[in-house]
Design a protein around this ligand. Structure first.
Ligand code: ARG
Ligand code: ZN
Length: 886
């Protein structure tokens, strides 16, 4: 597999395509043991280039060429050249037609890229470079064509035949087969092509657009899942409305379809008019999906729908620009979710996720800028940096420009570039042109990798009544970019200053007239000071409100100041943030005690801060739930210089136990009150209900640490007598992590028996066990791999069991005998041959070896080396392993 494909591709080498494809006419004949694909490409020399006619090099992989014609002339073996990834032909005129017929094997495609089969149905995944596994083509996003697609197959097995655009014709073939033709009038790159054939049912609805056009909406699923699509349908309609209202974007075809498939490498895919989704991102109903799953469905449905404009109508010129569509679309879906639910809670969750996972990526061997300069395998660059940090970059533009100018910029971008394949620079230019703001320096966020550090110090001059904040920024070295080569970023710092009562002071900088109480400072220099005047008393700063920039901020708060901010900050996000910082300080102190072999002593201030929150029933319950959640072990790892796995786990568990004991009364009271409401309220997937269950469930997870019989009884009752998966799964999780062995195995058995036919619920069942930090984790995971519901061929299963073990069960995965590492490497080696994309993602935890002590470093490196030496590596795995050993 590792041939010339592990070459590095550079942005600086970008060249416009030699030829364009105006029309693509495809015919698929689907059979059980092969599929035959005929492609007719109406092509011409790129008019922007010279009149010469260079050789035409089409992309194609794993294709068996049966026939090739140039303008109706049959080409013989001497008329073209084939390699394992290209087909080269010499055109003789500026305009010409290529006809090719190939045979492919979707029935044995386990990589789930190109055309493949999932649970008996045919489906496709073409982004980024899967179309070349379907037919010979110019498989690059700046080649945009209209598509006509005809598919034919067995009528009984595949009654539903779908592709992009509008259905234009269909018929019978007489031999038990039938066909359908679809036409997509919008020019698109091949990565947005899709096809589906299967025995599917659909739920249908309609949406009337702002200009009164009726759009048919269909969600296709396997028949047994037809009762689990209403939530996705509701989410879709909300998304369509929101995009009209907030971005002025109207849907453009007469039909919009979503298809759920069980075997899918990612969350979902925005193919024009025919989104294909991982079933985990579509199916949701109370009995089988948690609140988090409901929110994830809503967010992913929105994300893929929003791509219709940010991605499809305006697409990427090349894959280095991936964040142009992904960062923008994540920014859009985050704003949508914030509007549908609680904006502050959404922000807290996004920031916790970013700081835990994207910051770790930024500090690791695969760190890359939001717009990378080079890659070996583009599939490896569907990263947290492209998506989440990309979204943060857009959020900063929004902060710097303000909502109104940002909207003008986005309108200009869509108008100027509709139907084009463009770059991140084009996007920023539209923002600059619409706002009059120069973003030249800001664009460093696109080119410099790594998470900037922002150190802040203050000084108060009582006589002059001035208060000065001094910011110092730097950015650590990342692969190919030394620390000294990095130039200062533009860092928008939203802030307020609190007086002794906790009220926001008016903020006026020297030489300024007006004063507000919350404002954004643009930090643009390596070191920069801002002086506020007329400050009557020494204030306490509330910095980086709403997490206004993706940086590591440091300011020397003491614990009393953090407690003060927790109670008084007018910014809800920063109240939570103060609590997180307080917890981090307390936990780091415990980690130190653990490492020195001292007795652990929990700072009582954390107990009292959380008690205050629990006793205040005027607070948003979701916020209280988030504030009760201590920073995770993965985050504590990320912020350590050398992560001591056992000390981190020991310290955090000690703190949880202490909090559970000290706060038993208020936790028990809030648990019982909320459980009572849950018991008497039918399930509703809305923010206020999510909030109640979130607090109820975090309370239960603390309470269970107390080994009290009344709590065990409550957990069992919640497990047995809930109408929804949110309560049931939490009850199962607390039992699985408890010392009550009999209850634990009984619950696990009952759950598996009840849900054995529901793959997505069984994924939860695997995950809960894989994440259990009780000793013997690896043995449990190995035993579960033998379970009949487990298979390495399904990415959701791999993530649920192996991914959860390596990513969430840190004490067991990092066992000092290296057994967890060995196990993960073994799975990566098997998956490398089966599904390279999944293999390369699964191995991420091993690439973080530099974070750990010498003993673990050696063990982790040895496993990476073993993978490297294991034989033919896919470009996906080769790139990640070789870069992490470099
Ligand atoms: N564009 C899809 C999204 O909306 C993801 C496709 C990822 N494909 C891949 N091969 N990694 O996020
Ligand atoms: Zn996307």
């Amino acid at each position: 597999m590792r041939t010339e494909q592990s070459k590095t591709i550079y942005l600086k080498d970008y060249q416009a395509p030699d030829y364009l494809i105006d029309e693509t006419h495809l015919t698929f004949e689907l059979f059980e043991d092969h599929t035959q694909v005929h492609a007719q490409l109406v092509m011409r020399r790129n008019p922007a280039l010279s009149a010469e006619l260079p050789a035409l090099v089409l992309d194609g992989q794993q294709l068996e060429l049966l026939e090739l014609k140039l303008d109706d002339r049959e080409l013989g073996a001497g008329d073209y050249q084939l390699t394992d990834s290209t087909l080269t032909v010499q055109p003789t005129q500026a305009s010409f037609v290529i006809d090719s017929t190939v045979r492919i094997h979707p029935e044995s495609n386990t990589a789930l890229e190109g055309l493949y089969k999932s649970s008996g149905m045919f489906c496709t995944q073409c982004e980024a470079e899967g179309f070349r596994k379907i037919t010979y083509y110019l498989d690059r996003p700046d080649v945009m064509s209209s598509f006509t697609t005809t598919l034919s197959g067995d009528k009984q097995k595949y009654p539903i035949l779908l592709s992009n655009g509008n259905p234009v014709a269909s018929g019978e073939e007489g031999d038990g087969r039938h066909w359908a033709t679809w036409e997509d009038p919008f020019k698109k790159p091949a990565y947005l092509f899709a096809l589906v054939a299967g025995d599917l049912w659909c739920v249908e609805d309609t949406f009337t657009t702002i200009s009164a056009r009726n759009v048919t909406l269909r969600i296709y699923v396997e028949p047994e899942n037809i009762d689990k699509v209403q939530h996705a349908m509701d989410s879709l309609k909300k998304s369509m409305k929101w995009d009209e209202e907030v971005y002025g974007r109207e849907y453009d075809l007469d039909i919009f379809m979503i298809v759920a498939v069980n075997d899918f490498n990612m969350g979902a895919m925005e193919n024009k008019g025919l989104n294909i989704f991982n079933s985990s991102a579509v199916l949701a109903r109370a009995e089988t999906a948690t609140d988090a799953a409901h929110q994830r469905v809503e967010a992913i449905v929105a994300h893929e729908y929003f791509h219709n404009w940010s991605g499809n109508r305006v697409t990427c010129r090349d894959w280095f620009q991936l964040s142009l569509k992904e960062g923008f679309t994540v920014f859009r879906d985050a704003a949508f979710s914030a509007d549908m639910n609680s904006a502050t809670v959404k922000r807290m969750q996004d920031v916790a996720y970013l700081r835990t996972h994207q910051f770790a990526e930024d500090a690791g061997p695969m760190a890359h800028p939001v717009r990378p300069d080079a890659y070996m395998e583009i599939s490896n660059f569907y990263t947290l940096t492209i998506y989440e940090k990309g979204s943060e970059v857009l959020r900063m533009i929004h902060t710097l420009l303000g909502a109104e100018a940002f909207r003008k910029g986005s309108d200009l971008y869509f108008e100027r570039h509709d139907g084009q394949a463009v770059t991140c620079d084009d996007f920023v230019k539209a923002m600059e042109d619409a706002s009059g703001i120069d973003l030249t320096q800001f664009k460093r966020w696109y080119t410099q990798a790594g998470t900037p550090r922002l150190a802040v110090s203050d000084s108060y001059d009582a006589a002059a009544k001035t208060y000065t904040l001094t910011f110092t920024q730097s950015c650590p070295e990342t692969p190919g970019q030394s620390e000294s080569s990095k130039l200062p970023f533009v860092i928008p710092v939203e802030l307020g200053l609190l007086d002794a009562q906790g009220n926001d002071l008016p903020l006026r900088l020297q030489d300024e007239a007006a004063a507000g109480s919350n404002r954004v400072l643009s930090v643009t220099e390596a070191q920069q000071s801002f002086t506020f005047v007329d400050v009557a008393e020494k204030p306490l700063p509330s910095l980086l409100r709403g997490f206004s920039a993706p940086v590591k901020l440091s300011f020397a708060y003491d614990r009393d100041q953090l407690m003060f901010l927790m109670q008084h900050d007018s910014d809800g996000f920063n109240r939570w943030e103060a609590g997180q910082q307080l917890s981090v300080q307390v936990l780091q102190e415990l980690i130190g005690q653990h490492q020195r072999g001292e007795a652990l002593v929990l700072d009582a201030r954390l107990v009292s801060a959380l008690r205050t929150l629990l006793q205040d029933d005027t607070l948003d319950q979701a916020m209280v739930a988030e504030m009760l959640s201590l920073p995770g072990e993965a985050y504590l790892t990320e912020i350590s210089d050398v992560a001591d796995v056992d000390a981190i786990h020991g310290a955090r568990e000690f703190a949880r136990q202490q909090l559970a004991d000290a706060l038993f009364e208020p936790l028990w009271q809030r648990y019982q009150a909320n459980r009572e409401v849950s018991r008497n309220t039918p399930y509703v997937a809305e923010a206020e209900h999510f909030a109640r269950r979130a607090l109820q469930n975090i309370a239960l997870s603390y309470l269970m640490l107390g080994d009290k019989p009344e709590v065990l009884a409550a957990a069992l009752d919640q497990f047995e007598n809930s109408d929804n998966m949110t309560e049931r799964l939490t009850a199962l999780a607390v039992l699985v992590n408890s010392p009550f062995e009999a209850e634990r195995s009984k619950a696990l058995e009952a759950f598996a028996e009840q849900f054995k036919d529901n793959a997505l619920v069984m994924d939860q069942w695997f995950s809960v066990q894989a994440a259990s930090t009780l000793p013997g984790g690896l043995a449990r995971v190995q035993a579960l791999m033998e379970h009949p519901a487990f298979t390495l061929k399904n990415p959701n299963k791999v993530r649920a069991l192996i991914g959860a073990f390596a990513g969430q069960n840190l004490v067991n995965f990092h066992a000092i005998d290296g057994s967890g590492y060995r196990f993960l490497a073994d799975q990566v080696i098997v998956l490398n041959a089966l599904n390279p994309q999944i293999a390369s993602r699964l191995l991420a935890p091993l690439t973080r070896w530099r974070k750990y002590g010498a003993e673990r470093q050696e063990l982790m490196k040895a496993e990476l080396e073993r993978i490297l030496a294991s034989g033919e590596l896919s470009p996906d795995v080769y790139e990640v392993v070789s870069k992490s050993l470099a």
